[in-house]
Design a protein around this ligand. Structure first.
Ligand code: DX5
Ligand code: ZN
Length: 239
Protein backbone atom coordinates (compact mmCIF):
# COMPACT_ATOMS: atom_id res chain seq x y z
CA UNK A 1 0.00 0.00 0.00
CA UNK A 2 1.19 3.51 -0.77
CA UNK A 3 0.84 5.85 2.21
CA UNK A 4 0.25 9.60 2.18
CA UNK A 5 0.18 11.13 5.69
CA UNK A 6 -1.80 14.38 5.68
CA UNK A 7 -0.03 17.40 7.13
CA UNK A 8 -3.38 18.86 8.22
CA UNK A 9 -3.17 16.90 11.48
CA UNK A 10 0.49 17.78 12.16
CA UNK A 11 1.76 19.95 15.01
CA UNK A 12 2.14 23.26 13.17
CA UNK A 13 4.27 24.61 15.99
CA UNK A 14 6.85 21.92 15.28
CA UNK A 15 6.85 21.31 11.55
CA UNK A 16 10.60 20.74 11.46
CA UNK A 17 10.32 17.97 14.05
CA UNK A 18 7.33 16.44 12.22
CA UNK A 19 9.29 16.36 8.96
CA UNK A 20 12.25 14.70 10.69
CA UNK A 21 10.30 11.55 11.57
CA UNK A 22 8.33 11.74 8.33
CA UNK A 23 11.47 11.67 6.18
CA UNK A 24 12.66 8.56 8.02
CA UNK A 25 9.32 6.77 7.76
CA UNK A 26 8.01 4.41 5.11
CA UNK A 27 5.55 7.07 3.88
CA UNK A 28 5.34 7.33 0.10
CA UNK A 29 4.39 10.99 -0.16
CA UNK A 30 3.21 13.95 1.92
CA UNK A 31 -0.43 14.99 1.43
CA UNK A 32 -1.06 18.75 1.68
CA UNK A 33 -4.66 19.96 2.14
CA UNK A 34 -5.25 23.48 0.87
CA UNK A 35 -8.65 25.00 1.79
CA UNK A 36 -10.00 28.38 0.74
CA UNK A 37 -13.12 28.85 2.89
CA UNK A 38 -15.21 28.95 -0.32
CA UNK A 39 -15.07 25.50 -1.88
CA UNK A 40 -15.07 24.08 1.65
CA UNK A 41 -16.19 25.76 4.90
CA UNK A 42 -12.69 25.94 6.36
CA UNK A 43 -9.26 27.47 5.72
CA UNK A 44 -6.05 25.54 6.24
CA UNK A 45 -2.68 26.80 4.98
CA UNK A 46 -1.29 28.34 1.82
CA UNK A 47 1.91 28.78 -0.13
CA UNK A 48 4.17 30.38 2.54
CA UNK A 49 3.66 27.37 4.81
CA UNK A 50 3.96 24.86 1.95
CA UNK A 51 7.20 26.48 0.79
CA UNK A 52 8.73 25.88 4.24
CA UNK A 53 7.45 22.30 4.28
CA UNK A 54 8.74 21.66 0.75
CA UNK A 55 12.22 22.65 1.99
CA UNK A 56 12.02 20.20 4.87
CA UNK A 57 10.30 17.31 3.10
CA UNK A 58 12.43 14.75 1.28
CA UNK A 59 9.50 12.86 -0.26
CA UNK A 60 7.12 13.72 -3.12
CA UNK A 61 4.39 16.28 -2.40
CA UNK A 62 0.76 15.36 -3.04
CA UNK A 63 -1.11 18.70 -3.09
CA UNK A 64 -4.90 18.46 -2.62
CA UNK A 65 -6.54 21.75 -3.54
CA UNK A 66 -9.98 22.20 -1.98
CA UNK A 67 -10.37 25.58 -3.64
CA UNK A 68 -12.36 27.23 -6.42
CA UNK A 69 -10.53 28.05 -9.65
CA UNK A 70 -7.58 25.73 -8.95
CA UNK A 71 -6.02 26.28 -12.38
CA UNK A 72 -5.08 29.83 -11.32
CA UNK A 73 -2.49 28.32 -9.00
CA UNK A 74 -0.83 25.82 -11.35
CA UNK A 75 2.42 27.84 -11.62
CA UNK A 76 2.68 28.25 -7.83
CA UNK A 77 2.01 24.57 -7.13
CA UNK A 78 4.56 23.62 -9.80
CA UNK A 79 7.09 25.99 -8.20
CA UNK A 80 6.76 24.03 -4.94
CA UNK A 81 8.05 21.02 -6.84
CA UNK A 82 4.77 19.14 -6.31
CA UNK A 83 4.57 15.61 -7.68
CA UNK A 84 0.75 15.37 -7.75
CA UNK A 85 -1.66 18.28 -8.14
CA UNK A 86 -5.12 17.10 -7.04
CA UNK A 87 -8.02 19.25 -8.24
CA UNK A 88 -11.70 18.72 -7.46
CA UNK A 89 -13.98 17.77 -10.33
CA UNK A 90 -16.71 19.84 -8.63
CA UNK A 91 -14.48 22.93 -8.63
CA UNK A 92 -13.91 22.70 -12.39
CA UNK A 93 -17.03 21.25 -14.04
CA UNK A 94 -19.54 24.07 -14.63
CA UNK A 95 -22.50 21.80 -13.82
CA UNK A 96 -21.13 20.96 -10.40
CA UNK A 97 -19.72 24.24 -9.13
CA UNK A 98 -20.97 24.30 -5.53
CA UNK A 99 -19.83 27.90 -5.14
CA UNK A 100 -22.57 28.92 -7.56
CA UNK A 101 -25.14 27.08 -5.49
CA UNK A 102 -26.41 25.15 -8.50
CA UNK A 103 -27.33 21.50 -8.51
CA UNK A 104 -25.87 19.24 -11.14
CA UNK A 105 -27.31 19.98 -14.58
CA UNK A 106 -29.09 17.34 -16.63
CA UNK A 107 -26.58 14.91 -18.10
CA UNK A 108 -23.95 15.90 -15.55
CA UNK A 109 -23.72 12.35 -14.20
CA UNK A 110 -22.11 11.21 -17.43
CA UNK A 111 -19.73 14.14 -17.46
CA UNK A 112 -21.36 15.31 -20.66
CA UNK A 113 -23.30 18.34 -19.47
CA UNK A 114 -22.22 21.84 -20.45
CA UNK A 115 -18.88 20.64 -21.78
CA UNK A 116 -17.86 19.58 -18.27
CA UNK A 117 -15.45 16.90 -19.44
CA UNK A 118 -13.72 19.19 -21.94
CA UNK A 119 -13.12 21.88 -19.31
CA UNK A 120 -11.86 19.40 -16.73
CA UNK A 121 -9.55 17.67 -19.22
CA UNK A 122 -8.15 21.01 -20.30
CA UNK A 123 -7.26 21.84 -16.68
CA UNK A 124 -5.60 18.43 -16.23
CA UNK A 125 -3.54 18.90 -19.38
CA UNK A 126 -2.37 22.30 -18.10
CA UNK A 127 -1.20 20.59 -14.90
CA UNK A 128 0.74 18.00 -16.91
CA UNK A 129 2.31 20.68 -19.11
CA UNK A 130 3.52 22.40 -15.93
CA UNK A 131 5.50 19.24 -15.12
CA UNK A 132 3.22 17.68 -12.50
CA UNK A 133 1.12 14.51 -12.36
CA UNK A 134 -2.56 15.48 -12.67
CA UNK A 135 -5.00 13.94 -10.20
CA UNK A 136 -8.77 14.39 -10.06
CA UNK A 137 -10.68 14.40 -6.77
CA UNK A 138 -14.33 13.49 -6.20
CA UNK A 139 -16.48 14.45 -3.21
CA UNK A 140 -18.40 11.54 -1.63
CA UNK A 141 -21.71 12.43 -3.33
CA UNK A 142 -20.40 12.94 -6.88
CA UNK A 143 -21.08 9.90 -9.07
CA UNK A 144 -17.98 7.99 -10.08
CA UNK A 145 -19.42 7.77 -13.62
CA UNK A 146 -18.48 11.43 -14.32
CA UNK A 147 -14.89 10.20 -14.57
CA UNK A 148 -15.47 8.06 -17.69
CA UNK A 149 -14.05 10.63 -20.13
CA UNK A 150 -11.48 11.89 -17.61
CA UNK A 151 -9.63 8.68 -16.70
CA UNK A 152 -7.19 8.63 -19.66
CA UNK A 153 -5.99 12.11 -18.63
CA UNK A 154 -5.09 11.54 -14.97
CA UNK A 155 -2.38 9.66 -13.08
CA UNK A 156 -4.43 9.36 -9.89
CA UNK A 157 -8.08 9.54 -8.79
CA UNK A 158 -8.70 10.73 -5.24
CA UNK A 159 -11.98 9.50 -3.76
CA UNK A 160 -13.00 11.49 -0.69
CA UNK A 161 -14.27 9.21 2.06
CA UNK A 162 -15.47 12.17 4.14
CA UNK A 163 -16.95 15.51 3.10
CA UNK A 164 -13.88 17.67 2.50
CA UNK A 165 -12.99 20.50 4.85
CA UNK A 166 -11.99 18.94 8.16
CA UNK A 167 -9.71 16.26 9.52
CA UNK A 168 -10.85 13.72 12.07
CA UNK A 169 -14.23 12.89 10.51
CA UNK A 170 -15.94 9.51 10.34
CA UNK A 171 -15.28 7.35 7.30
CA UNK A 172 -18.23 7.03 4.86
CA UNK A 173 -18.63 3.24 4.28
CA UNK A 174 -20.16 3.69 0.78
CA UNK A 175 -16.60 4.57 -0.33
CA UNK A 176 -15.83 0.85 -0.46
CA UNK A 177 -18.45 0.29 -3.17
CA UNK A 178 -17.27 3.40 -4.99
CA UNK A 179 -13.76 1.94 -5.24
CA UNK A 180 -15.18 -1.23 -6.83
CA UNK A 181 -17.27 0.88 -9.21
CA UNK A 182 -14.24 2.96 -10.16
CA UNK A 183 -12.16 -0.19 -10.83
CA UNK A 184 -14.91 -1.43 -13.14
CA UNK A 185 -15.03 1.91 -14.94
CA UNK A 186 -11.23 1.83 -15.33
CA UNK A 187 -11.34 -1.68 -16.79
CA UNK A 188 -14.03 -0.56 -19.25
CA UNK A 189 -12.07 2.50 -20.33
CA UNK A 190 -8.70 0.69 -20.29
CA UNK A 191 -6.98 3.35 -18.14
CA UNK A 192 -5.67 2.55 -14.69
CA UNK A 193 -4.63 5.62 -12.71
CA UNK A 194 -3.90 5.04 -9.01
CA UNK A 195 -6.86 5.10 -6.62
CA UNK A 196 -6.24 7.26 -3.55
CA UNK A 197 -8.68 7.50 -0.64
CA UNK A 198 -8.82 10.40 1.83
CA UNK A 199 -10.66 10.77 5.13
CA UNK A 200 -11.33 8.66 8.20
CA UNK A 201 -8.56 6.16 7.48
CA UNK A 202 -7.72 4.24 10.65
CA UNK A 203 -6.97 0.81 12.08
CA UNK A 204 -10.44 -0.49 11.10
CA UNK A 205 -11.04 1.21 7.74
CA UNK A 206 -7.54 0.84 6.25
CA UNK A 207 -7.72 -2.98 5.84
CA UNK A 208 -11.21 -2.61 4.34
CA UNK A 209 -9.86 -0.09 1.83
CA UNK A 210 -6.95 -2.35 0.95
CA UNK A 211 -9.38 -5.20 0.39
CA UNK A 212 -11.60 -2.97 -1.77
CA UNK A 213 -8.67 -2.10 -4.04
CA UNK A 214 -7.30 1.28 -2.93
CA UNK A 215 -3.69 1.99 -3.99
CA UNK A 216 -2.91 5.04 -1.81
CA UNK A 217 -4.23 5.82 1.67
CA UNK A 218 -4.24 9.39 2.98
CA UNK A 219 -4.25 9.53 6.77
CA UNK A 220 -4.18 12.64 8.95
CA UNK A 221 -5.21 12.16 12.56
CA UNK A 222 -4.47 8.43 12.60
CA UNK A 223 -0.82 9.09 11.81
CA UNK A 224 0.03 12.52 13.23
CA UNK A 225 -1.99 12.23 16.46
CA UNK A 226 -0.35 8.92 17.30
CA UNK A 227 2.50 8.70 19.80
CA UNK A 228 4.21 6.36 17.33
CA UNK A 229 3.52 7.83 13.87
CA UNK A 230 6.29 5.85 12.16
CA UNK A 231 4.80 2.58 13.39
CA UNK A 232 1.35 3.60 12.11
CA UNK A 233 2.83 4.43 8.69
CA UNK A 234 4.57 1.03 8.65
CA UNK A 235 1.26 -0.68 9.57
CA UNK A 236 -0.52 1.03 6.65
CA UNK A 237 2.37 0.36 4.28
CA UNK A 238 2.22 -3.36 5.03
CA UNK A 239 -1.43 -3.66 3.94
C1 DX5 B 1 -10.16 16.50 4.55
C2 DX5 B 1 -8.77 16.37 4.02
C3 DX5 B 1 -8.05 15.17 4.51
C4 DX5 B 1 -7.81 15.14 5.99
C5 DX5 B 1 -7.95 13.72 6.43
O1 DX5 B 1 -10.82 17.53 3.92
O2 DX5 B 1 -8.79 16.29 2.61
O3 DX5 B 1 -6.83 14.95 3.81
O4 DX5 B 1 -6.55 15.63 6.35
O5 DX5 B 1 -7.94 13.71 7.81
P1 DX5 B 1 -8.26 12.41 8.66
O6 DX5 B 1 -7.31 11.35 8.19
O7 DX5 B 1 -8.03 12.87 10.05
O8 DX5 B 1 -9.70 12.05 8.35
ZN1 ZN C 1 -6.87 15.67 1.47
Amino acid sequence: MLVAPSLLAADFGNLEREMLWFNQSQATQLHLDVMDGVFVPNISFGFPVMECVAQLCEKPLDVHLMIVEPTKFIPQVAALGAHYMNVHYEALAPSWLPALGVGAAEGAEDGEANGDAEIVINALEQIRKAGMHPAITLCPDTPVSVLRPILPHVDMVLLMSVHPGFGGQKFIPATLDRIAELRQLMDGVGSHPLIEVDGGVNHTTAPQLAEAGADVLVAGSYVFRSSEPQAIVAELKAL
